[in-house]
Design a protein around this ligand. Structure first.
Ligand code: NAI
Ligand code: MG
Length: 503
């Protein structure tokens, strides 16, 4: 295995041991097992295209075994008997262990996903632990209500019960964080889970599985199956024994998941999908801050973020200034391998994503958008990996592909606007509605925009902040359901109404 690390980097012993301990297995009923078929696939380091590990490829039968284990753990045994307070203790213990193993987990995340180690260790891992702690605190607070009904002598109350066995399917851009966004509330509510990480980035989820066992979650409560969308993900969404699927990924796959749910057992579905988020800079904004905010709003994680501020609307009087500012900032973004000191942005996740994004850049140029900076695959010592330069386009025509489709790469599409009505109409002329940003010193304008834009999250004079306490999810084709905050409890509970005749 060629990890291609700078000479001054020594990986944690635990990281090396994890990588060198042979093919990674599935977690089913508390045991690590090979796929029944014996099949494996490679997880690749996107910084150099080299294989990091072989990982078990779960087929339909493996998923079925995981579902049986999860069902048994849900219906009988210690998990069923536990109070919410006790589940909370396990989640809290998991958070402690995630913190204790942060260095190791962060290294695995950077190797598997490519993101800078500083981000893995200072952002992704702390947020992961925070999610477990937030839902640890809520596990014992799943209250129902008493309901005043129109009949006399009837006492009516509600209970919040777990949905049952939940399938959790996640993408590769925030592998361990997204595992926590789904696992922590699902477990807090008393469900049992089958987690499927993305085939590009299975490693931290598997290490997290070891940690959850160490924390004391009973066998079968958390099962982890690895493999691609077909067959592994599809086996989850079609399974009659799974009560709910929570998915984050592309809108295209989100549709397939709804179809599979409709064809099988009408399992509950929540979806966090793509975005084409408008980020708006008014002429009265603190332009220095706004340009920096817009830069990171689109280029962080190499643009591979569902909330990426990929459409930048700039009020006409400051358009040239902002465009030049953004192009200048984009040239200062240091792109490189995740372990290289002082790197801001890593590679794209795969050759396939790189080709996809380069396709959009070619298409953008052909369609008449103006390429202002970037637009290249990076060569030299980065040529083995999937690196590209931060890219800025200017455009005016909203029907361009560049203005409509989620590129999921470091590509900013910048456009001028002249009036409020035009802005609101254009910002909302997207099939997506995940997030939006607005930069202005006028508090009234800021809130008016926040109310007018169809998006699940609006950032005013800031961008791209996520917290376990703040509900997160989309309007329109960005999906439905809200993760995080107390709202996530709705995704993982059923409400039961109990009538008591007192007459
Ligand atoms: P994807 O939606 O195919 O993959 C996400 C997850 O879904 C992975 O775990 C994958 O194995 C699983 N999956 C794929 N097909 C499935 C199926 N038929 N049934 C069940 N699970 C299935 O995303 P992909 O192909 O990796 O990226 C393509 C585009 O999707 C990106 O360029 C981006 O536009 C968008 N995307 C959006 C994300 C977000 O955070 N909203 C994350 C990843 C991708
Ligand atoms: Mg796919």
């Amino acid at each position: 295995m060629n990890l291609n690390l700078p000479p001054e980097i020594n990986l944690q012993p635990g990281t090396l041991q994890f990588l060198q301990s042979g093919p990674k297995r599935l977690l089913i009923n508390g045991e690590w097992v090979d796929a029944l078929s014996g099949e494996t696939f490679a997880s690749v380091n996107p910084a150099n295209g080299e294989e990091l590990a072989q990982v078990a490829l779960a087929g339909v039968e493996d998923v079925d075994m995981a579902v049986h284990a999860a069902r048994a753990a849900f219906e009988h045994g210690p998990w069923r008997e536990m109070s919410g307070e006790e589940r909370g203790r396990l989640l809290w213990k998991a958070a402690d262990l995630i913190e204790a193993y942060t260095d190791e987990l962060a290294e695995l995340e950077t190797l598997d996903n490519g993101k800078p180690i500083r981000l893995s260790s200072k952002v992704d891992l702390p947020n992961t632990a925070k999610h477990f702690r937030y839902y640890a605190g809520l596990a014992g607070k799943l209250e129902g209500t008493t309901v005043p009904v129109s009949f006399p002598n009837q006492f009516v109350y509600t209970l919040r019960e777990p949905v049952g066995v939940v399938g959790l399917i996640i993408p590769w851009n925030f592998p361990i964080q997204m595992a926590s966004w789904k696992l922590a509330p699902a477990l807090a509510c008393g469900n049992t889970a089958i987690l499927k990480p993305a085939e590009e980035t299975p490693l931290t989820a598997l290490r997290l599985g070891e940690i959850l066992i160490e924390a004391g979650f009973p066998p079968g409560v958390v099962n982890i199956v690895t493999g691609p969308g077909e067959p592994t993900g599809a086996a989850i969404t079609a399974h009659m024994g799974i009560d709910k699927v929570s998915f984050t990924g592309s809108t295209e796959v989100g549709r397939k998941i709804m179809e599979a749910a409709a064809r099988s057992n009408l399992k509950r579905v929540s979806l966090e999908l793509g975005g084409k988020s408008p980020n708006v800079i008014f002429a009265d904004a603190d332009l220095g801050k706004a340009v920096k905010g817009a830069t990171w709003g689109i280029f962080s994680t190499a643009g591979q973020e569902c909330v990426a501020g990929s459409r930048l609307f700039v009020e006409r009087p400051v358009f040239q200034q902002v465009l030049e500012g953004l192009a200048g900032e984009s040239r200062k973004v240091r792109v490189g391998a995740g372990f290289t000191p002082k790197v801001h942005v890593g590679p794209l996740i795969s050759q396939r994503q790189l080709e996809r994004v380069m396709g959009y850049i070619e298409g953008g140029q052909k369609s008449g958008a103006q390429l202002v900076s970037g637009g290249e695959r990076l060569g030299g010592e980065l040529s083995q990996g999937y690196f590209m330069s931060p890219t800025v386009f200017a455009y005016e025509d909203d029907s361009l592909q560049l203005a409509q489709e989620e590129i999921f790469g470091p590509v900013a599409a910048v456009t001028p606007f002249d009036s409020w009505d035009e802005l609101v109409m254009r910002a909302n002329s997207s099939r997506y509605g995940l997030a939006a940003g607005v930069w202005t010193q006028d508090i009234t304008k800021a809130h008016r925009f926040a109310h007018a834009v169809k998006a699940g999250t609006v950032w005013i004079n800031t961008y791209d902040l996520i917290d376990p306490a703040a509900p997160f999810g989309g309007y329109k084709e960005s999906g439905f359901g809200r993760e995080m905050g107390r709202d996530a409890l709705d995704l993982y509970t059923e409400v039961k109404t109990v009538w008591v005749g007192l007459g």
